[in-house]
Design a protein around this ligand. Structure first.
Ligand SMILES: [Fe+2]
Length: 504
């Protein structure tokens, strides 16, 4: 993969990856001490002059207020430290730390580490976004859905050795479920509902060395999906219509913020947390990160006595066609319409799920949890893109545990309708998908979907410049093996001037 990053050689990356594979913390105190950085380090939401640095202290004996020092340097050996500071890790925040160094140089790599209670964390590597006028290229990994009990994180182990600018994670960081007794590796505890349970679930996921390595190797840009809270939840409605869902969402959002490299300003207020926003990558691209869970209208025509998804025909569910319904909420929909940037070569939309129309059978059916359940809202979004001739719109998603590559159109029922945007819905890191035979059969009914593989686990490696976007579908050979090889299943290219992906 070619790259504009001069400061880091391939050997440098391999050395870094090797370093991270070692124990996740460095003991500076007595060996008997409780490890304080057992969940690793992370960075995220990179801007041209700042990036959020994250860690969470561990141990049951932590003081209610624990000072944590951090430092950030231009080199891996910390000879050129350019920023340092102190945060107070509070018991109230699960002793999480969100440090926000400011005044950094745009478009360069930095290394960072923390110190507390006589111990030092692992070293993380991060980078800032390029300045607004630079023509820097962009490479990133699209990932989602890392269900713990469905497999090991070989994808993260391999990804951590690659020279991406960032990981774009589009949801299902944790799963709230209890694991079946036969699971490959089991979730600790049962179904997650309370703040303490969400915190414990994040801590379990973050104990994985391959996931820690992927966080330590590069910044992440994140949005959530449903399983960070509750399967198929919509706005303030849980899947089982639980009466205390508002409290559950508040607990889940709080634990999410505590464990992710979001800035302090994103700290949730009760059951509300704004995660949507725009991130620019020089003059080349902007990334519109959106939230399709918090503000949506509830799913139409659910199964009796339940919330959540269903698969229905439009004839039996006329509400599917109600133009008043929204997946993003009115305010976010307006925000996105204004956020599209006709000046930039690429407009990337980081969102949760498959946007393309997808019917499982020849008689049209609609899965009500995805964009198909909000078809008029999808049409509004794509109509804006078409009418304003927004350049280089690439819709990036996850959720459905399959690789889909699709053409997006204002009218999916018209085979001659113009392609207005390109979609890469990336497969899961581990979470299992439905049977491949079902997808192979369904592809016949959805001619705008050019690739559909539900039997692949992994991520999508994307590289963009002014001319083209290249995407490689990276696939784990044996998801049950933490040391599995990862290979390329398919390569696609999108011309910057013409929407639609072509096999390379
Ligand atoms: Fe998922």
């Amino acid at each position: 993969m070619t790259h504009d990053r001069a400061s880091l050689t391939r050997r440098g990356w391999l050395a870094l990856a090797g370093g991270i594979a070692a124990p996740a913390f460095i003991r500076c105190a007595r060996a008997a001490d409780v490890p304080r950085f057992a969940l690793g380090v992370a960075s995220g939401q990179p801007l041209p002059n700042s990036v959020v640095l994250w860690t969470r202290l561990t141990g049951s004996d932590l003081p209610a207020r624990t000072p944590v020092r951090w430092e950030l340097a231009q080199d891996e050996s910390f000879a050129r430290v350019v920023a340092r500071g102190e945060e107070i890790a509070l018991a109230d925040d699960a002793h999480s730390v969100h440090a926000e160094p400011a005044g950094l140089e745009p478009g360069r790599a930095y290394w960072y580490r923390f110190e507390a209670l006589g111990q030092r964390s692992a070293t993380g590597r991060t980078r800032t976004a390029p300045g607004p006028d630079t023509a820097a290229g962009l490479s990133f990994a699209l990932a989602s859905c890392q269900r713990w009990d469905h497999g090991h994180y070989a994808a993260w182990r391999q990804l951590a050795t690659q020279p991406f600018d960032f990981v774009l994670f589009v949801g299902d960081y944790i799963y709230e479920y209890m694991s079946p007794p036969t699971a490959l590796r089991r979730h600790d505890g049962g179904l997650v509902r309370t703040l303490e349970q969400y915190r414990a679930r994040y801590a379990q996921y973050k104990s994985d060395p391959a996931l820690q390595a992927a966080h330590a190797a590069m910044p992440w840009l994140l949005v959530w999906d449903d399983h960070e809270v509750d399967n198929d939840y919509a706005n303030l409605q849980g899947q089982t219509l639980q009466s205390d869902f508002r409290d559950q969402r508040a607990a889940a959002y709080r634990a999410y913020w505590e464990h992710m490299p979001f800035p302090k300003s994103a700290r949730p207020r009760g059951p509300d947390m704004r995660i949507y926003g725009r991130y620019d990558w020089g003059a080349l691209a902007c990334i519109h990160a959106i939230d399709d869970r918090q503000y949506r209208d509830v799913q139409v025509c659910p199964k009796p006595g339940r919330g959540g998804s269903n698969t229905v025909r439009s004839s039996e569910c006329p509400a599917l066609l109600d133009p008043q319904r929204t997946l993003l909420g009115a305010a976010q929909e307006r925000w996105l319409a204004e956020s599209w940037d006709p000046q930039r070569r690429w407009n990337l939309l980081a969102q949760q799920t498959l946007m393309a129309r997808f019917s499982w059978t020849s008689e049209p059916t609609y899965w009500t949890d995805g964009w198909d359940g909000y078809a008029p809202a999808r049409k509004r979004l794509l109509q804006t893109v078409a009418e304003r001739r927004i350049p280089g719109v690439i819709v990036l998603g996850g959720d459905v545990h399959a690789n889909y590559v699709a053409d997006l159109k204002v009218d999916f029922d018209d085979p001659s309708a113009a392609v207005v945007a390109t979609e890469f819905c990336g497969t899961s890191i581990t979470s299992r998908g439905t049977a491949q035979e079902r997808v192979t059969e369904a592809l016949r009914h959805n001619p705008h979907v050019h690739y559909g593989r539900t039997d692949q686990r992994g991520y999508v490696a994307c590289r963009l410049d002014a001319e083209a976007l290249h995407a490689q579908l990276m696939v784990v050979e044996r998801p049950e093996d933490a040391a599995s090889a990862v290979g390329v299943a398919a390569r696609f290219v999108v011309d910057a001037k013409r929407p639609g992906a072509q096999l390379e």
